[in-house]
Design a binder for this molecule. Structure first.
Ligand SMILES: *Cc1c(COP(=O)(O)O)cnc(C)c1O
Length: 408
């Protein structure tokens, strides 16, 4: 049909103009689609949705999601990537993709809480059992691996309590027993260490990240990634991912693509600020323990040092995320601890981390763990996530809020 004979309303939709090719700009173009258009029925029929040389449907990938997947593979040293609408959805993709009724999954007892809740609340209903292991004693993990163990989750350091495990020993024990390992690498973000690095004694099978944290860096996007080196493992997960229908929106992918170029700078800046504040907290008597893997007295410090390239001679060397927790002397009431958190002005009360604003959350360790770990002092735990504010202002905020809490 000749375009000029069409009704203007139709021409708005089927317009012949195509912008010239060859446009280049610092940021990539963003492609949005549910529907992808084929050139012929034959092309439609022969199209394999798994093959990334072409496009099938928005859920199976667009140039925008393929680009983000490749860049995330570069960041983490992987070969294949799946994107999910949150970090938790990425975790669920792995557990649902690999576990069937009768299987068992093992999780560290300091794992990200919602990962444990997924096992307790959803997997259990489908006949998939789970057990918790002590991340600070690799032998406990080895002892709990049975003929039914199909997947072991790992995390370094643990969520909230920040213990850094001997990740290399854990991975080795799983590999020797032929069990698949999945690392929640949100803290490392692909920067602190390379999860697939066999030379460093690592080599996990799967690395999951909450892109919500450092890759986004804005506190305004939810997204997750599942990265592997092994193609067969990737395809198995990709099939579950497709059947579950958990794709990501183009606007969110764009936001992460926009933030990725500065991730290393932000991570380093938040790391240095967090270490400075954590060291200052160590000098304050109300904090009976400061949990940050770069502090020599923090549980698992030596494992962090070895894995993340730290040197005893240079306290600024090695990388760590901008997160740390403190345990308050039990002499202070939980009301005083709440008053301290409420009195903070620059630190806001809120979950998540990796954004520009510093955040604080009080936690009750007793409700999160089966037993009070021997390496943790008794008391209320408060977790800080350090944003991009000036460190001196943050320290002053902590000091002033504590004085306010003491008056309560
Ligand atoms: C935040 C977080 C997740 C989940 O990310 P969401 O995008 O919030 O679902 C998973 N693991 C860890 C360690 C996290 O901190």
């Amino acid at each position: 049909m000749t375009a000029s004979k069409l009704d203007p309303i139709t021409r708005l939709i089927h317009h012949p103009y195509e912008p010239p090719a060859g446009f280049e700009a610092p940021q990539p173009g963003i492609f949005k689609a549910s529907t992808v258009i084929f050139s012929s029925v034959a092309a439609m029929r022969s199209r394999d949705w798994k093959n990334k040389a072409g496009y099938t449907y928005g859920l199976h990938g667009t140039p925008t999601t393929f680009l983000l997947e490749e860049r995330l593979c570069a960041l983490e040293g992987g070969a294949h990537c799946l994107l999910a609408p949150s970090g938790l959805a990425a975790i669920a993709t792995v557990s649902l993709g690999l576990l069937k009724a009768g299987d068992e999954v093992l999780l560290p007892d300091n794992a990200y809480g919602p990962n444990k809740a997924l096992a307790e609340g959803e997997l259990a209903g489908w006949g998939i059992t789970h057990r918790l292991f002590d991340p600070m004693h690799p032998q406990d993990l080895a002892d709990k691996i049975s003929a039914r163990t199909r997947l072991v989750w790992l995390e370094a350091p643990g969520s909230v309590t920040m213990e850094f495990p001997d990740l290399c020993a854990q991975v080795r024990m799983c590999r020797e027993r032929g069990v698949t390992t999945a690392l929640d690498n949100t803290w490392g973000a692909g920067l602190a260490f390379n999860p697939f690095d066999l030379d460093a004694g690592l080599g996990v099978d799967i690395s999951v990240q909450a892109l919500t944290k450092y890759p986004s860096g804005g506190g305004d996007v939810l997204m997750g990634s599942v990265i592997t080196r092994d193609e067969a493992l990737h395809l198995k997960l990709k099939l579950s991912h497709m059947r579950l229908g958990t794709g990501v929106g183009a606007n969110d992918a764009e936001t992460v693509l926009r933030s990725l170029p500065s991730i290393a700078l932000r991570y380093r800046a938040q790391d240095q600020a967090a270490r400075e504040l954590a060291r200052w907290c160590e000098s304050q008597p109300q904090f009976v323990q400061v949990l940050h893997p770069a502090l020599p007295r923090s549980p698992g410090h030596a494992h962090w040092q070895r894995l993340c390239g730290a040197q005893a001679s240079d306290p600024a060397a090695g990388l760590a995320a901008g997160l740390f927790s403190v345990i308050l002397d039990p002499a202070y009431s939980s009301g005083q601890v709440d008053a301290f958190c409420d009195a903070l002005e620059l630190f806001k009360l809120g979950y998540s981390w990796g954004g520009p604003i510093s955040l604080v959350v009080p936690y009750e360790v007793a409700s999160m763990r089966p037993h009070w770990p021997a390496h943790l002092a008794r008391g209320t735990l408060v977790r800080f996530s350090i944003g991009l504010e000036a460190v001196a202002d943050l320290r002053q905020d902590l000091e002033r809020a504590w004085q306010t809490a003491l008056r309560e």
